[in-house]
Design a protein around this ligand. Structure first.
Ligand code: AMP
Length: 115
């Protein structure tokens, strides 16, 4: 068995993290290194999918649920407008291989990119 990811460890309460939304299958946390006024990660509770391409193939309904939670968090914590980023692969800036959506909202710099 491989080690649980940092996100699973936050979900399990093993390391600190601010959970800002949760459904049966998805949770959302505040990013520890925010790149925008609102920077939340929306994450499936399962760590079986490494990236969004695997998730889209394996469970498109779960991907849709991630997007629905992103929309809800952006509406509750910002003005409802948001940028959604899925870094996919190390060269694209992915560092945690447990699929997650970056939700950026607030006044975004045009050039703001993650990774
Ligand atoms: P990525 O580089 O797309 O894989 O995104 C990983 C994100 O996880 C980065 O934006 C990190 O700042 C964030 N991150 C890493 N560790 C933690 C943590 N303990 N709590 C909250 N966010 C974290």
């Amino acid at each position: 068995m491989s080690e649980p990811t940092v996100f699973t460890r936050i979900l399990n309460g093993e390391i600190p993290g601010e959970i800002v939304a949760e459904t049966d299958r998805v949770f959302a946390i505040t990013d520890i290194s925010p790149q925008a006024p609102l920077h939340v990660l929306v994450i499936p509770k399962t760590e079986q999918y490494r990236d969004v391409a695997e998730l889209a193939e394996g469970d498109p309904a779960l991907l849709a649920e991630i997007i629905a939670v992103a929309k809800r968090v952006a509406a509750e914590k910002a003005d409802g407008e948001f940028r959604l980023i899925f870094n996919t692969g190390p060269k694209a800036g992915q560092t945690v291989f447990h699929v997650h959506a970056h939700v950026l909202a607030g006044d975004l710099e045009e050039k703001s990119l993650i990774g």
